[in-house]
Design a protein around this ligand. Structure first.
Ligand code: GLU
Length: 420
C-alpha cells in the first residue's frame, strides 16, 4: 500500500460507485460526502510507574438520518483519523442495509492494549469515555466493541458514563453502549453474533448456489472474537477449518484443526503457532492454500494486489471491515471469486447490538433462541435483498449492498426533507 493510501477514500469510492448506478440524489450525495461530526481527543492516563502518558482517540459520527449514531470502539496501535472515518462510513451503510434503526459512527484510541496492565487499561477506558462526555449517549451515539476491545471494556464505559449522570437517572442509561457483559445488561448471543452472522450469510449464499458447506475447507485470518466464532460455528455445519493466521503467524492442517481447542490453547497464553498437529507456514503461503472458503476476520487491507492472485477459495466472507483493497477486489472479480461483502457478512454484530439496546430500553432479556432466530431472519432478508439487487442491476454483491443501503438512506431524506 502506498504512503498516500486513504482508507476513507476507498470507502468513499465504494459507495460513490454504487451511487452512480442509480443516480443518487445530489443533495444526499453531498451530505454523505463527509461525516457530520469528528471528535479527536488527546487525553492523559496515569501509568503504573506514575508517569502521565498522552493518548489520542477519536469518535467520528458519519450520519444519523436512520437513527442514533452506532459503531464500535477500537484499541489498536494503527488507529488513526482516516481509518476511523472509513469505519464510520461503513457503519452508516451496514446499519441501513440490515435495517437496524441506527446511523454510523466509529471510535478508536491509538494504543496497543496488550502492552498495558489491567489497571492502565481501565484508567484509559474511563478517561476516554469521560472525555467523550456528551458526544455519546443512549439515544445519541452508542459505542460497542471492536478490535482490541471487548465486553469488559463496554462495562467500564457504561459505568463511567453512568457515574457522570445524576443519581436518579443512572439506570436509565445502560444502553449507552452495547456488547456489554451479560451481568451488566448485555444480550445473550452478542458475543458470537458477528461470527454467527458470517455463517448465516455463507449459508444463505451456499443455498442459493447449491454449494455444499459439508466437507468444504476453510481458512480464517484473525482469531479474535469474529474469527473464532465464525470458525467454531462453521465447523458445526460440517466445514473443515484447515488454516488460521493471526498476528503471530500462520498454521495449517488440511485434515482439520479443532476451532475450540485452538482457542482454548491460545487463550491460555500460547501462540497459535505452537498448537499441536499443525504445520507452521508463511503468511504468503496461507493465501495459496487449496481452500473453498476464506474468512478474513482481522483488519482492513489484508487481501491486496500481491496476494489476490494466489487465492484459491471460491468464496470470501468478509468478517472484518474493509479487508479487501480495491485492487485486490478487481483481481478477485476477474478470477470469479465471490465476495460476500463486509456490510452484509459482518452485520450480525451490530444487529444483535440493536437487540441488546432494545432489551435494555424495555428492561427485558431475550432467550438465546429468540436472539438467534431474529438474527437469522434479518441476515437472510439482507442477503436476499442484496442478491436481488445484484441480479437486477447486474453488478457484484458489494456494489449491490451499497445500492440497497443508499436507497434506504435516500428515501429517508426524501420523506423527511432536508432541514431547514
Ligand atoms: N464493531 C462492530 C462492527 O464493526 C460492531 C458495531 C456495533 O455493534 O455497534 O460492526
Amino acid at each position: 500500500m502506498s504512503k498516500t493510501f486513504s482508507l476513507y477514500k476507498q470507502a468513499t469510492n465504494q459507495w460513490q460507485k454504487a451511487a452512480d448506478f442509480f443516480e443518487l440524489d445530489r443533495d444526499v450525495r453531498t451530505i454523505l460526502s463527509e461525516p457530520k461530526n469528528e471528535v479527536s481527543i488527546n487525553f492523559p492516563v496515569r501509568m503504573d510507574n506514575h508517569e502521565l502518558r498522552l493518548f489520542r482517540g477519536h469518535r467520528i459520527q458519519h450520519n444519523n438520518i436512520l437513527g442514533p449514531f452506532k459503531g464500535g470502539i477500537r484499541f489498536h496501535p494503527m488507529v488513526n483519523h482516516d481509518e476511523v472515518k472509513a469505519l464510520a462510513v461503513w457503519m452508516t451503510f451496514k446499519c441501513a442495509l440490515v435495517g437496524v434503526p441506527f446511523g454510523g459512527a466509529k471510535g478508536g484510541v491509538t494504543v496497543d492494549p496488550g502492552e498495558l496492565s489491567a489497571g492502565e487499561l481501565m484508567r484509559l477506558t474511563r478517561r476516554f469515555t469521560h472525555a467523550l462526555g456528551g458526544n455519546i449517549g443512549p439515544e445519541y451515539d452508542i459505542p460497542a466493541p471492536d478490535a482490541g476491545t471487548n465486553a469488559k471494556t463496554m462495562a467500564i464505559m457504561m459505568d463511567t458514563f453512568m457515574n457522570a449522570q445524576s443519581a436518579t437517572n443512572r439506570n436509565a442509561q445502560r444502553h449507552v453502549v452495547t456488547g456489554k457483559t451479560l451481568t451488566v445488561g448485555g444480550s445473550l448471543g452478542r458475543d458470537k453474533a458477528t461470527g454467527q452472522g458470517v455463517v448465516y450469510v455463507l449459508k444463505a449464499w451456499a443455498k442459493e448456489h447449491n454449494f455444499d458447506l459439508k466437507g468444504a475447507k476453510f481458512a480464517v485470518q484473525g482469531y479474535g472474537n469474529v474469527g473464532f466464532h465464525a470458525a467454531h460455528i462453521l465447523e458445526k455445519e460440517g466445514a473443515i477449518l484447515v488454516a488460521v493466521q493471526d498476528h503471530t503467524g500462520s498454521i495449517s492442517n488440511l485434515k482439520g484443526i479443532d476451532a475450540q481447542a485452538l482457542k482454548t490453547f491460545n487463550l491460555s497464553g500460547n501462540p497459535i503457532t505452537s498448537f499441536e498437529k499443525v504445520e507452521v507456514i508463511s503468511n504468503q503461503d496461507f493465501f495459496k492454500l487449496p481452500i473453498d472458503i476464506l474468512i478474513p476476520a482481522a483488519l482492513e487491507g489484508q487481501i491486496h494486489k500481491d496476494n489476490a492472485h494466489d487465492i484459491q477459495a471460491k468464496v470470501i466472507a468478509e468478517g472484518a471491515n474493509g479487508p479487501t483493497t480495491s485492487e485486490g477486489e478487481d483481481i478477485l472479480n476477474q478470477k470469479g471469486v465471490v465476495i460476500l461483502p463486509d456490510l452484509l457478512a459482518n452485520a450480525g454484530g451490530v444487529t444483535v447490538s440493536y437487540f441488546e439496546w432494545a432489551q435494555n430500553k424495555t428492561s427485558s432479556q431475550w432467550s438465546l433462541e429468540a436472539v438467534d432466530k431474529r438474527l437469522l431472519e434479518m441476515m437472510n432478508q439482507a442477503y436476499a435483498h442484496t442478491s436481488e439487487v445484484a441480479k437486477d442491476m447486474k453488478t457484484d454483491l458489494r456494489t449491490a449492498s451499497y445500492i440497497a443501503a443508499l436507497k434506504r438512506i435516500s428515501y429517508a431524506y426524501q420523506e423527511r426533507g432536508i432541514f431547514p
